[in-house]
Design a protein around this ligand. Structure first.
Ligand SMILES: Cc1cc2nc3c(=O)[nH]c(=O)nc-3n(C[C@H](O)[C@H](O)[C@H](O)COP(=O)(O)OP(=O)(O)OC[C@H]3O[C@@H](n4cnc5c(N)ncnc54)[C@H](O)[C@@H]3O)c2cc1C
Length: 377
């Protein structure tokens, strides 16, 4: 494969990974085109946990303080029984020093706005309602045919197009796909009682639930449901089903359960996982984020590893090395860490489904995982 510095990049997908990569590349002098399948931004109005490693990665592109201002900071995960009685506390490492929290909860649209604001300030304007139809790699460049019939030539194409990545299919064929894990996640926005100041997990007889503050006034309540078969449900059914599933729980969950009434304030998602074996690239096309590692939400670290991928790839692309060498080095640097998140999240989910499983130690595994993720990327 030819060498020569990468000067222009096509990013497919304007999610967390794609927008972070666009900003980091343009700041290093690389031209970026970004395409997004949706006709306009369409971000779920629910909360997200932004962990210490994510904050650390966002700091490298100067977005830490904006995220802190837009979110709610905390430093612990409090593990409780179904009545809210505490049985374990996981201290989240403070990766950014004593002046910053370990982690923040924030609304997804708020995180989107920070990343999108940074990207557009660098002059990257997404082309909406567009995808790639074909990629032809001639060794020195990739010739791209877009879904509107236009064409482009790029030194590198990055598939940041999520769990059902089209770019993945274009370079590796039909398989593999994310697999359903036997769990579904419910999240609903509710008012935050003033003394809720950490992420809480309640372990119930059938399911795990909890809550996570995202602002001074709001938090989200979540429930991880163990459910076999096809777990699709119509949105109008969501409030009743969620309240019913939460009826096992006391504590704060019991107190706020009846306020869950609006389907528009609920997000319901079957949980999937995927870890694409190495390599994550073919020729001059590489995949990042959920396109290569779709993690169950137990460690709340899917966004962390997606954003980290973008930061690491940008750092490596600014080196004057042959493209193949850069992409091999990128995957080598990222694989183990992303594998840890996908596999440990999955194992935590398996223990939630079957708490009697020999060796089940959710508090221990969470602590070990967060310590491992605290290491530099
Ligand atoms: C229920 C749930 C809760 C979660 N909670 C957390 C949490 O609390 N903390 C955390 O860190 N992570 C969490 N995650 C994981 C996190 O949301 C993902 O890991 C993260 O969003 C991945 O970012 P991404 O940019 O790789 O992909 P995505 O966010 O999926 O973005 C992909 C983008 O590509 C676009 N696209 C798709 N196909 C194409 C195409 N063919 N052409 C062009 N564009 C395309 C999409 O429209 C989208 O804009 C959660 C996930 C789920 C499902």
């Amino acid at each position: 494969m030819a060498s020569g510095k990468i000067a222009n990049v096509l990013i497919v997908g304007g999610g967390l990974a794609g927008m972070t990569l666009a900003t980091a590349l343009v700041r290093g002098g690389i031209h970026v085109d970004l395409i997004e399948l949706q006709p306009r931004w369409n971000v779920l109005g629910v909360g997200i946990s932004v962990q210490g490693p994510t904050l650390r990665a966002l700091k490298t592109i100067g977005l830490l303080d904006q995220c802190i201002d837009a979110g709610f900071g905390y430093t612990q995960v409090v593990d409780c029984d179904q009545e809210g009685k505490v049985f374990g506390i996981v201290d989240l490492p403070r990766l950014l020093g004593p002046d910053y929290p370990s982690c923040i909860g924030m609304m997804r649209p708020a995180l989107h706005n920070v990343l999108c604001g940074a990207m557009t300030a660098e002059g990257v304007m997404p082309r909406f309602g567009l995808t790639v139809d074909a990629l032809h790699d001639n060794g020195d460049a990739v010739d791209v045919t877009f879904s509107d019939g236009t064409r482009g030539r790029y030194d590198l194409v990055v598939g940041a197009d999520g769990a059902y990545s089209k770019v993945r299919t274009l370079i590796f064929g039909a398989s593999p796909k994310p697999e359903y894990t036997g769990q579904a996640v419910w999240r609903a926005m509710v008012p935050r009682p003033s003394n809720v100041a950490a992420r809480n997990a309640y372990y119930g007889p059938h399911h795990k639930a909890g809550f996570n503050p995202v602002s001074r006034d709001e938090m989200y309540v979540y429930l991880v449901q163990n459910v076999t078969g096809d777990p699709w449900l119509a949105p109008e059914e969501w409030p009743v089903v969620m309240r019913e599933l939460l009826s096992d729980f006391g504590g704060y969950i019991g107190e706020i359960r009846e306020t869950i009434t609006d389907p528009a304030r609920i997000v319901y998602r079957p949980v999937e996982r995927l870890l694409l074996p190495s390599p994550w690239h073919r020729g001059r096309t590489v995949l990042i984020g959920d396109a290569v590692h779709t993690a169950p939400p137990q460690l709340a670290s899917g966004a962390a590893i997606a954003i980290e991928d973008a930061i690491v790839l940008a750092e490596m692309l600014h080196l004057d090395r042959p493209c193949g060498e850069i992409l091999d080095g990128f995957v080598a640097r990222r694989y183990e860490r992303c594998q840890l998140v996908v596999e440990n999240s999955y194992r935590l989910g398996e223990w939630e489904k079957n708490p009697e499983m020999p060796g089940a130690d959710p508090v221990g595994l969470q602590s070990r995982s967060f310590m491992a993720l605290a290491k530099p990327i």
